[in-house]
Design a binder for this molecule. Structure first.
Ligand SMILES: [Mn+2]
Length: 344
């Protein structure tokens, strides 16, 4: 799930919806454990990695054997997190890892752990910590707080409650988790409590300038060149209410950027006054166009994505359209115009 999709949560003033923190239950379960696996979701983000590292430190402080596992690669922008390379790819793990307990962070279902799921069956006791609305209670212990900005914020509440001594390193992990999952303290999930926690983490040694720069303002030259090319493709339609961006194969070749370097570019479609819906069209091959859709009003872009076999959320969705770029663009503009007319 990309970060934008988290904006769909509402009622963010309520800090503690969902189940109350089962502090004693989590603590007792982890204290009984010998060997603990800590895992988060595929394609990990800052919240996944930061909170995973923080839990690793906490469990080691309890004298536990700890395995931090991941399904997918760690994005370059999180390489600065201390000891992030101790999170082991599942491809490098043996068949039997001898765990008795697992902490699963921000996974609505076990499938979200990707290849790590194979270790999460049998007698393994599962501790499920999440803040997603649709989270299933698959654990022996479940703590779901859909009002929390991030599992990083939840982890802070738990770790302080149990008296864990948060080091500068763990403060950096948790601050990164909260910063990124709130879209730099921007999404509606950002509460007064979120800011207090972030402030506490700064007091414990997290450096807001360095962390923000590492994550957001430390791009590869190829990424910046690609960003420039894609922004140069900007088009407005429907009297400036629809904004389109286009990414061609040629732009990738000419800038030397990988496709993954276009992550987040779709956000630019909503940065113009008066724009209510946006789309980024990516040429996958001569007959296929990948479309990312965004809206910031009543337009439900997931309905448009569903027409092309895709899906997502009301304000952030995606699909693959089996048409060349220009034909896909015409279809998407028509669909967005129609939806905007119905919504307004
Ligand atoms: Mn999260």
């Amino acid at each position: 799930m990309d970060s934008k999709e988290k904006t769909i949560r509402t009622d963010a003033d309520n800090d503690h919806r969902g189940t109350p923190m089962p502090t004693g239950e989590i603590k007792a379960t982890l204290e009984r454990a010998k060997r603990v696996l800590v895992v988060s979701h595929i394609d990990p983000d800052g919240d996944a990695l930061g909170t995973q590292l923080a839990f690793g430190e906490y469990l080691r402080s309890l004298g536990k054997e700890v395995i931090l596992a991941r399904d997918s690669a760690i994005p370059d922008k999180y390489a600065f997190l201390p000891d992030v390379d101790t999170i082991v790819p599942v491809s490098a793990m043996p068949d039997d890892i001898g765990i008795d307990t697992a902490v699963i962070l921000e996974c609505p279902t076990l499938d979200r752990t990707g290849g790590v799921k194979k270790y999460l069956s049998g007698d393994v006791i599962l501790v499920n910590i999440d803040h997603h609305q649709d989270s299933a209670s698959f654990g022996a212990v479940n703590w779901i707080n859909v009002g929390a900005s991030s599992v990083g914020e939840m982890a802070y509440e738990y770790l302080t409650e149990v008296g864990f001594d948060i080091s500068r390193k763990v403060a950096t992990d948790l601050y990164t988790a909260i910063l990124t999952d709130t879209g730099r303290f921007r999404f509606p999930s950002t509460t007064k409590r979120t800011m207090i926690v972030a402030g506490d983490l700064i007091a414990l040694g997290a450096d807001p300038r360095t962390i923000c720069d590492q994550v957001y303002y430390n791009m590869q030259p190829t990424t910046m060149l690609l960003t420039g090319r894609v922004l140069n493709s900007m088009e407005y339609h429907n009297g400036g209410r629809i904004c389109l961006l286009t990414l061609t194969r040629r732009m990738l070749v000419e800038t030397g950027a990988r496709e993954s370097e276009s992550d987040g570019l779709v956000d630019f479609t909503l940065f113009t006054q008066g724009v209510v819906t946006g789309a980024l069209l990516k040429e996958i091959d001569p007959q296929t166009t990948k479309v990312s859709l965004r809206s910031n009003n009543g337009v439900n872009v997931s309905e448009i994505a569903a027409r092309f076999g895709g899906g997502g959320h009301v304000n952030a969705s995606g699909c693959h359209v089996p048409l060349p770029l220009n034909e896909a663009k015409a279809e998407i503009v028509a669909a967005l115009k129609e939806a905007d007319g119905l919504a307004s």
